[in-house]
Design a protein around this ligand. Structure first.
Ligand SMILES: Cc1cc2nc3c(=O)[nH]c(=O)nc-3n(C[C@H](O)[C@H](O)[C@H](O)COP(=O)(O)OP(=O)(O)OC[C@H]3O[C@@H](n4cnc5c(N)ncnc54)[C@H](O)[C@@H]3O)c2cc1C
Length: 458
């Protein structure tokens, strides 16, 4: 980038501008998934909305491929790009809780740990994911599935409004009253429509939850999974528990004789009274003979950060995902076969329940298109060693190929890597055409295209 072109941005920009020749460049271009190794031409680390406006204007006028980076967690590395401009929001961190109104205004560079910390001081929370280091922006814009989904819905079901900078540089507010078409589209349609600079979320009284894992030996996986599929869809909405195949980490919270053992399990996170949660989860926890049943009252932010240390940034990740309405015997058999062959200790498969409160919203009410599914499944091959890339990728693809015929056809967009336009369309399903119409209105030239891309309607 020549000095004259760059000067135009520098005149209007207060944040940090990082170029390939800068010492900070290599650290700044890193994202969570170490399999992604992209080299942008320029990283614009914004400090405020004015910086975002200047960066969008600069990217558009210089005709640069432009990526938006929130928490940098995206599976396919869509928070960064090769050669072009990265609008990096990671410095825009602020959470303002209004305890009376039960809302939180969250700046777009926050990760979920920032929100949990601020809201927990008031005994409140809003639905997010299952790890505290994920970005608020990317997770929310794709939908948001996590520990509180069955009780309080997806993250987008608790989004009251958002502020955005559009491709033409305008700053707009999106809510049920203002630009409702845009508000509909950003609730599941990803970063296709503009740079969100802040979100307003509804908070709920969630303080201490009844949480923790129940693990069973792999030999019982068939019995446990079959019990789980009928248990969870009938359980009270206070009960959330996702199913997993995993390797027990060698962490102090687990007895040493279980360290590094491959198991299947349910990770619980229940709202409401602990006694009621204990009673409601007991039938499932009494199936077979668990090797560990470690469930009890825990502060919500602790549950949200339980996996942080196991999954630090910088591991190799390969993802595949699908939605599932049912878990037939055939699907269970494939899960047991592939889930029992985890290729590395970090690799895992999670089935997140998305029924309960998430089913109270219709498919067409937000851009998130699979309200009729009961689970969002994700298979992740993970390892610190790049030499194991082939191994984790092959296992993940084989598992996905075996399961896909049992799926609803599309995946949660936040669990997709770069898998092509057909897969994007399958994931937005009947909402795709309406999204394409909104795209035409707000970003007709497809300036925001480093994402699970929606093409503007013809
Ligand atoms: C370890 C791990 C655990 C996860 N757990 C969950 C989970 O429990 N539940 C769940 O729902 N998801 C989960 N995810 C998936 C997560 O939701 C996606 O990876 C999401 O894209 C991350 O958002 P980010 O802001 O960190 O990502 P980034 O890589 O920064 O951005 C991802 C995408 O979001 C867009 N984007 C980011 N910020 C903005 C913005 N301000 N305005 C407009 N567009 C923007 C970008 O266009 C980009 O395409 C997990 C991911 C990881 C790696």
């Amino acid at each position: 980038m020549n000095a004259g072109t760059l000067g135009r941005l520098q005149e209007q920009f207060r944040g940090e501008i990082i170029q390939p020749s800068d010492a900070a460049y290599d650290a700044a271009r890193k994202v969570y998934n170490a399999m992604i190794d992209k080299r942008p031409g320029l990283i614009a680390r914004c400090t405020d909305v004015a910086d975002v406006m200047a960066a969008v204007k600069f990217g558009r006028e210089s005709d640069l491929l432009t990526a938006i980076r929130g928490g940098g967690h995206n599976a396919g590395g869509l928070g960064i790009c090769d050669d072009g401009l990265v609008i990096d929001l990671s410095r825009m961190k602020n959470v303002h809780v209004d305890p009376k109104a039960r809302t939180a205004r969250v700046a777009a560079g926050c990760v979920w740990g920032d929100v949990d910390h601020a809201a927990h001081a008031f005994g409140m929370a809003t639905p997010s994911g299952i790890i505290s280091t994920t970005g608020v922006a990317g997770l929310t814009l794709g939908g948001g599935i996590g520990h509180l989904t069955r009780k309080y819905g997806l993250t987008i079901d608790n989004l009251l409004s958002a502020d955005l900078v559009l491709a033409d540089g305008r700053f707009v507010h999106a809510s049920a009253e203002n630009n409702p078409d845009l508000f509909w589209a950003i609730r599941g349609g990803g970063g296709n429509f503009g740079v969100v600079t802040s979100f307003l979320f509804r908070l709920h009284p969630v303080d201490t939850v009844y949480a923790g894992p129940t693990f069973w030996p792999l030999e019982q996986a068939d019995e446990v999974m079959k019990a789980y599929r009928s248990f969870i869809v009938k359980a009270p909405e206070d009960v959330n528990g996702f199913f997993a195949f995993l390797t027990i980490p060698p962490a102090p919270m687990f007895p040493p004789h279980l360290h590094n053992r491959k198991v299947c399990g349910v990770m619980w996170c229940c709202t409401g009274a602990a006694e009621a949660a204990e009673k409601a989860t007991k039938p499932m926890r009494s199936i077979g003979k668990p090797v560990l049943d470690h469930v009890g009252p825990v502060p919500f932010p602790v549950v949200q950060s339980l996996f942080d240390a196991v999954y630090p940034p910088g591991l190799q990740w390969y993802w595949r995902a699908d939605f599932f309405k049912e878990l037939s015997d055939g699907a269970v058999a494939q899960h047991v076969e592939h889930g029992s062959r985890l290729p590395t200790p970090h690799s895992t498969m999670h089935l997140y329940p998305i029924d309960g409160a998430a089913h109270l919203v219709e498919n067409k009410e937000t851009a998130f298109s699979y309200r009729d599914a009961n689970w969002a499944g994700v298979i992740v091959g993970v390892d610190p060693d790049p030499a194991n890339r082939g191994k984790i990728t092959e296992w993940c693809r084989d598992y996905f190929d075996a399961l896909h015929p049992y799926s609803s056809g599309g995946a949660y967009v936040n669990f997709l890597m770069e898998e092509g336009q057909e897969r994007v369309q399958a994931s937005f399903r009947d909402n795709y055409d309406r999204l394409a119409t909104v795209k035409k209105k707000y970003d007709p030239a497809n300036f925001f295209r480093v994402n699970q891309n929606i093409r503007a309607a013809a």
